[in-house]
Ligand binder design. Structure first.
Ligand SMILES: [Cu+2]
Length: 647
């Protein structure tokens, strides 16, 4: 669920049936106190305190602060923040990092006017015991031993709250990373970064409108730091989610492996043989990921949350008059766009990286490319509330242009051959700019599809203006299942149907046994009153059956590409889920140790793909059910016929 908890609940209330709020009616944001210092951005590279031998001594104050999560001309809001005495408060709070076994002598001082509860410092304790009450003006000293390796965070909340995930705006940034290294671990490399996710969430009228800022390390895209790596550097990200909502994180251009992951106060090591290649991973509420990758191709790349809402205006304070309602209330479903001069429209949870070429790098060239003509189309009045549908369509070589309003949802399956250079000519027939991302393909940066950012040096991919064409030239290097989708105005464009599947193969597919299932949205969430967003499977609420033959091995290629929702899948009979065999994830074949039969249930973030094989034992009907948490199930019938006698 990509919306903050309260907003998600509201979606199911009748308030949404009369969403007539004039954009521009904006309640003032809470101003910081006149003398409150501006919180600095903490890049989590320098541990706080002084470590002598096996003892770390540090002090943390809770203070009033001012917070500017976006640009220098954007709103400054009121928060409480952590500060080391004598230093400016920071967001996130000071980094607490030391090897396991270190004794921490911590002085906590509350210099704010509010009593707070501090927790998370001792992850090996029971959660209920690991809290420290601190009245306004009070000081406490605590001593504890770091006895568990992993990526954690400490937090403070206004008194009365005993968990980190019920904080809203004033106490939302009272969070710092707590990283406990294993004994003898080498000091972190320059390519290691710690990312702490926090959300500042404010509901001016307490009911409907909300304002929100969602950041990695306190600063939102495009105002946050750009990272620079050299091609083939070994990059390590530790991601810690202190926000009250999960995030499906996606890396462009490269696969990563997750070596550690955790939920609240937990951190688990994953053995190398159990680490799939992946480019999408959900970091749960209060959880963490430790992931590594090699940026093998130079250029500009992004690592971002794949909930459209978390990279859009909804999580921006920048000129966003009640962003969510404004996004919802008009039949033309225009989310106000404040495009950057460069063209990209993202906000919030995005990290940008520049990868500089290693010596001797040459961009690959191809003399001959297969040409694919892909149209971006729009059809008015298609979804509930009179919303238009956006979608893709193929135009065959030499064929006349299809009708302007013809559309296909999901988009046509793009069948590509591994190693065959293609030139996908994307013609934008919308009345607004667009851009297409070939999600998960390990290709050059320029065709990658993040308009205004993808590319290298001065060669940056532009947004495709209405009526114009952009040629994405690349050679898919790996066979597998991938999504393609818009990467501009993601909530509106992906949410209105701009998504489809790419199948890269070595040999032609036998489509009688190789089934593509694309689950995505059909219109913007705010138009649906019955609960969570609308869900389509293969473009339908009542999808057409797929067919299998008993005794034959079938491949199911599942693409989860709802703009703003995690999807759940279950395959089986009414009584029970069957077992299927996982084959690939995010387009990459799984290691042998992960290819063991498992119950046929899956939870997949937006942009995630998974391939399974299944051999039906006997004729009959089964179902693949797909749903959004709390929503109605979409049922795809799977009809299994008997093997014919001549086999
Ligand atoms: Cu997110």
């Amino acid at each position: 669920m990509a919306l903050p908890m309260i907003a998600a609940l509201l979606l199911s209330t009748s308030l949404w049936q009369e969403s007539v709020v004039t954009p521009g009616a904006r309640t003032p944001l809470p101003h910081p106190a006149a003398n409150a210092p501006l919180a600095t951005v903490n890049d989590n590279r320098r541990p706080a305190g002084a470590r002598v031998g096996a003892t770390l001594t540090l002090a943390l104050d809770v203070v009033e602060a001012a917070y500017q999560p976006e640009g220098e001309h954007d709103p400054v809001v009121r928060i409480l923040a952590f500060a080391e005495p004598g230093k400016a408060p920071s967001v996130p709070g000071p980094l607490l990092r030391a090897p396991v076994g270190t004794t921490v002598r911590l002085t906590l001082r509350n210099r704010s006017d509010s009593a707070v509860m501090i927790g998370g410092l001792r992850p090996s304790m029971a959660a209920g015991k690991d809290t420290v009450h601190l009245a306004a003006g009070a000081t406490r000293e605590i001593t504890f031993r770091l006895d568990r390796v992993g990526n954690f965070f400490y937090w403070a909340a206004l008194k009365g709250l005993s968990t980190f995930d019920e904080r809203f705006w004033l106490d939302s940034q009272l969070t710092g990373a707590l990283v406990v290294d294993s004994a003898g671990a080498p000091s972190p490399s320059a390519q290691e970064r710690i990312w702490l996710i926090t959300e500042w969430f404010y509901q001016p009228d307490g009911v409907r409108l909300f304002e929100s800022a969602l950041t990695f390390n306190g600063k939102a895209w495009p105002y946050n730091e750009r990272l620079t790596f050299t091609q083939n550097d070994s990059v390590h990200f530790r991601v810690i989610n202190a926000a009250a909502i999960e995030h499906p994180l996606h890396l462009h251009g490269f696969y990563f492996r997750v070596a550690r992951h955790g939920g609240v106060r937990a951190d688990t090591v994953v053995s190398p043989s159990m680490q799939p290649l992946q480019n999408m991973r959900i970091v749960p509420i209060g959880g963490s990921l430790s992931l590594s990758f090699l940026p093998t191709t130079p250029g500009n790349w992004v690592f971002h949350c794949h909930f459209a809402g978390h990279v859009g205006e909804i999580v921006s304070l920048h000129d966003s008059p009640g962003a969510f309602i404004a996004a919802s209330d008009h039949g033309d479903h225009a989310i106000p766009a404040h495009d950057m001069p460069g063209g990209h429209t993202m906000r919030g949870l995005v990290i940008g990286m520049h990868v500089t070429p290693a010596a001797g790098y040459k961009e690959p060239v191809a003399t001959k490319r297969r040409v694919v003509n892909l149209l971006i189309q729009k059809r008015e009045n298609t979804f509930i509330g009179g919303q238009p549908a956006y979608g893709f369509l193929l135009q065959q070589d030499g064929a006349a242009a299809p009708a302007k309003d013809s559309i296909q949802i999901p988009g046509p399956v793009l069948e590509l051959k591994r190693g065959e250079p293609v030139r996908i000519q994307v013609k934008n027939n919308l009345t607004e700019p667009s851009g297409v991302h070939w999600h998960g393909l390990e290709i050059e940066s320029f065709p990658d599809g993040v308009a205004g950012f993808s590319g290298i040096g001065d060669k940056i991919m532009p947004p495709i203006p209405p009526g114009q064409m952009f040629a994405a030239e690349f050679t898919p290097p790996r066979s597998g299942t991938f999504p393609y989708h818009s990467h501009l105005h993601e909530m509106r464009q992906i949410g209105s149907g701009m998504y489809g599947a790419i199948i890269v193969s070595d040999t032609p597919r036998d489509t009688t046994r190789d089934h593509v299932i694309v689950a995505g949205g059909g219109g913007l969430p705010m138009f649906y009153k019955e609960g969570p967003s609308f869900l389509l499977v293969n473009g339908k609420r009542l999808p057409a059956p797929i067919h299998m033959t008993a005794g034959e091995s079938n491949r199911l290629r599942i693409v989860s590409i709802h703009a703003d929702e995690v999807l759940h899948f279950r395959f089986g009979t009414e009584e029970q889920a069957v077992h299927w065999k996982p084959l690939a994830r995010d387009g990459a074949d799984l290691p042998a140790s992960l290819r063991t039969p498992t119950p046929a249930v899956a939870t997949m973030g937006p942009g995630e793909t998974a391939d399974f094989t299944y051999v039906p034992a006997k004729p009959g009907t089964m179902t693949l059910e797909v749903w959004i948490e709390g929503g109605q199930r979409v049922v795809l019938p799977v009809e299994i016929k008997a093997r014919s006698a001549k086999h």
